[in-house]
Design a protein around this ligand. Structure first.
Ligand code: SF4
Length: 454
């Protein structure tokens, strides 16, 4: 997953991009970068680490220009390495171009192989570079060649393209990832989530639609709709876990959706007897509040999260994940001792983190643990940009419900039904492939490689 931010025609473009990336930091913590357009060329600064580690006053001072794009990354394809940090910049027949990509192309290997056979030399291992080579090979205006390139791509993408004269935003025809257009006085802003617009005091104009290409140039916005039949398959997991609660994603506030997920969970678990509802912070908090609303069982913050350890789910290696999980959550023994608890979490991926949590709750004296998950069992990998592991590593793929209950050492476990999850998120037009294994696009080489362990 990644976060992207673009701003056109503002005197403090790089500074605002820096702030915007801060607001999107939860979408990627491996690298950060900003490119500005200045005097007919592009200027770039990128590095490994958090936005605050990559940028300082001096770096931002080296990014003059009135238009900027920024990117925060965590890797789904391509290693966590500086050469894969985005925005990628390149020079071609269209002049200097920078590209920032959120998503994951499912036919990247095939496109890359074809381009390499035609002589293209790739400098990174990201799927995003395939887009760069496709752009470089066609003639016409940059938006025309972009549209042609997009028609050959499958999978998920929200893109920002920067040239000395234009800022272009594009969203795949399924609209897997969120992308919004905002306005800041006379400037236009594009961001992965509305939280970034709010931070820079931009007003949200609208969502960029699935399959839409928006060209911002000389103070005007032009919308292209090159795909005849966009088929929305918005990622429901953005609502369940990924997006920030203060964002409005796919037209709905994330916090409200999560609270509704919790209410629905309580309705499905009617009759459960417990002394308190305890969230796994932070993403389990709104669902636990919703659970408490409906069940009447008091909400209690009996697990305390350290905010100095970043989210375990998006750490790139298993080793780091385990270390971070141990550091991250501490139970409050005085609140837990002898109590029956409903433990609310948004999802279970491998199950290893959940097991550590339930163990620590038992150690702290919890008498009963009823696990309540505000989404269905994750049984299939995501090929659209969320870093879920291979099918065999997903606990719900290889264990039955009673085996999961035993593995987690809980008194009961309930996952929210898919129907209730989709209803809370807004009904139709969602991807829920990681819960069903039914993918809305061909998954190409990517799925094959995953199934065979490649
Ligand atoms: S497979 Fe799951 S995580 Fe991936 S886009 Fe679909 S709903 Fe989102």
């Amino acid at each position: 997953m990644c976060g992207i931010f673009g701003i056109a025609d503002h005197a403090e473009a790089a500074d605002l991009a820096y702030l915007g990336l801060f607001a999107l930091q939860h979408r990627g913590q491996e690298s950060a970068g900003i490119v500005t357009s200045h005097e007919g060329g592009l200027l770039s600064h990128a590095g490994m680490g958090l936005v605050a580690e990559v940028f300082n006053r001096q770096a931002l001072a080296c990014l003059p220009g009135r238009t900027a794009v920024g990117h925060v990354r965590y890797s789904t394809t391509g290693a966590s390495h500086i050469k894969n940090a985005q925005p990628l910049t390149f020079n071609c027949s269209h002049g200097p171009v920078a590209i920032a990509h959120n998503g994951n192309l499912t036919n990247a290997l095939e496109v890359r192989g074809r381009l390499e056979r035609q002589g293209a030399i790739f400098q990174s291992s990201t799927d995003s570079e395939a887009i760069v080579h496709l752009l470089a090979r066609s003639s016409g205006s940059i938006e025309e060649v972009l549209v042609e390139a997009l028609k050959t791509l499958e999978g998920s993408y929200c893109l920002l393209l920067l040239t000395p004269g234009k800022l272009i935003a594009a969203r795949d025809p399924h609209g897997f990832r969120p992308l919004v257009l905002g306005r800041l006085n006379g400037s236009y802003v594009v961001a992965s989530e509305t939280t970034a617009l709010n931070l820079v005091k931009a007003e949200t104009v609208r969502e960029i639609e699935p399959g839409e290409v928006v060209v911002i140039s000389a103070g005007t916005v032009r919308s292209l709709k090159p795909f005849k039949t966009p088929e929305p398959a918005r990622c429901v997991f953005e609502h369940v876990y990924f997006a920030r609660p203060d964002s409005k994603v796919f037209g709905r506030n994330v916090q409200s959706v999560r609270r509704e997920l919790g209410r629905a969970l309580a309705r499905e678990m009617a009759g459960v007897e417990a002394d308190m509802v305890v969230p796994v912070p932070d993403s389990g908090v709104p669902a636990a509040l919703g659970f408490s609303d409906v069940s009447g069982i008091p909400f209690e913050m009996a697990l305390v999260r350290s905010h100095y350890v970043s989210r375990t789910f998006i750490r790139p290696t298993q080793e780091l994940r385990e270390v971070a999980a141990q550091l991250k959550l501490a139970p409050v023994p005085e609140a837990l001792s002898g109590r029956r608890i409903v433990l609310v979490d948004d999802s279970i991926v491998r199950g290893t983190t959940s097991r550590k949590i339930t163990r620590s709750l038992r150690d702290a004296g919890a008498k009963e643990i009823h696990m309540a998950i505000s989404s269905p069992p994750i049984t299939a990998p995501c090929y659209y940009g969320i870093d879920t592991p291979r099918a065999g590593e997903l606990i719900a793929n290889r264990r039955s419900l009673s085996e999961i209950k035993k593995y987690l050492d809980v008194d009961s476990i309930h996952y929210l039904s898919r129907e209730a999850m989709l209803a809370a998120a807004g009904g139709t037009g969602f991807c829920s492939a990681c819960f069903t294994g039914r993918y809305p696009t061909p998954t190409g080489d990517y799925e094959k490689a995953s199934r065979t362990g490649g």
